[in-house]
Design a protein. Structure first.
Length: 276
């Protein structure tokens, strides 16, 4: 990459709290277009986003959060297709590396940031090639199952600043003492200082985490946070105990909660307390 392009990228990475993990040149096209218009671009894979830049133009063409990726596919060793939740389908033909490397790096970034997505992310690729993708995963264990990395990625997704006190507690106190109960009352920060968006980021991060087996929260939440909790309980495959006292979960929400729990085929919850 040219110096001007690097400076533009550095500013964008800093804005998102991201960092580049892999860069490659690729021929890019929008697979939805009937007339195929191709571009020679640089594909940058970050910790929780992917970007494309046209060499020498000092401009980012694509800035996509990895949480919006809904499907990965690769029909051969030359092409990688990325489908997003908004219906976009991007085609990359990497230059100078096998498509297995490109899709493997994207897969590793997604799973590294959202661990429980590993079993749910649709990947259309030959079995032999699919089996090799796990070799791209980082073998080093992360504090509390990588919760902080997931939390920071969610904060970027929601345009919320990560809370440094929470990150410190998780990476140092929780991990060092092997704590598997996520208890807001035991964090250094006072719950009263947290905004609804802070709570939403915390609960959404728990959705993708496989370290914590208990969740304890004693505060009243707004609608969006309650819906995040309901979504979390319909997705988690590690949580066995949930205590949400005075949380503001009404009878209407209980019906949605019940439906969410029923839909979770990995459900392990044995204790659920919604009193107060």
């Amino acid at each position: 990459m040219e110096i001007g392009d690097k400076k533009v990228l550095e500013v964008l990475l800093k804005k998102h709290g991201d960092e580049s993990t892999h860069t490659t040149r690729a021929v890019f096209s929008d697979a939805r277009e009937k007339k195929k218009n191709t571009q020679d671009l640089v594909l940058i894979i970050g910790k929780h986003r992917m970007y494309t830049m046209k060499p020498g133009k000092k401009k980012v063409e694509l800035d996509e959060h990895l949480l919006d990726v809904s499907e990965l596919s690769s029909p051969d060793h030359k092409q990688v297709f990325i489908k997003t939740k908004n219906g976009a389908v991007y085609c990359f033909e990497p230059m100078g590396e096998d498509a297995d490397v490109t899709i493997g790096k994207i897969y590793a970034a997604i799973v590294g940031c959202f661990p429980s997505y590993k079993e749910r992310l649709p990947i259309i690729i030959d079995k032999d090639r699919r089996d090799k993708m796990d070799t791209f995963l980082d073998p080093e264990p992360k504090a509390c199952g990588g919760y902080v990395q997931t939390y920071e990625a969610i904060c970027d997704y929601l345009s919320v600043a990560p809370n440094e006190e929470i990150c410190f507690d998780i990476e140092n106190l929780y991990d060092f003492n092997d704590v598997t109960e996520f208890n807001l009352t035991e964090l250094s920060i006072r719950p009263q200082k947290l905004t609804p968006n802070d709570y939403r980021a915390l609960t959404l991060a728990l959705r993708w985490n496989q370290w914590f087996d208990s969740i304890v929260m004693d505060t009243k939440f707004d609608k969006e946070v309650v819906m995040s909790i309901i979504d979390l309980l319909g997705y988690t495959r590690s949580v066995t105990k949930v205590i949400l006292k005075d949380s503001g979960i009404t009878r209407e929400y209980c019906l949605q909660l019940g439906a969410s729990l029923q839909s979770n085929v990995y459900l392990k919850i044995t204790q659920l307390d919604l009193s107060g």
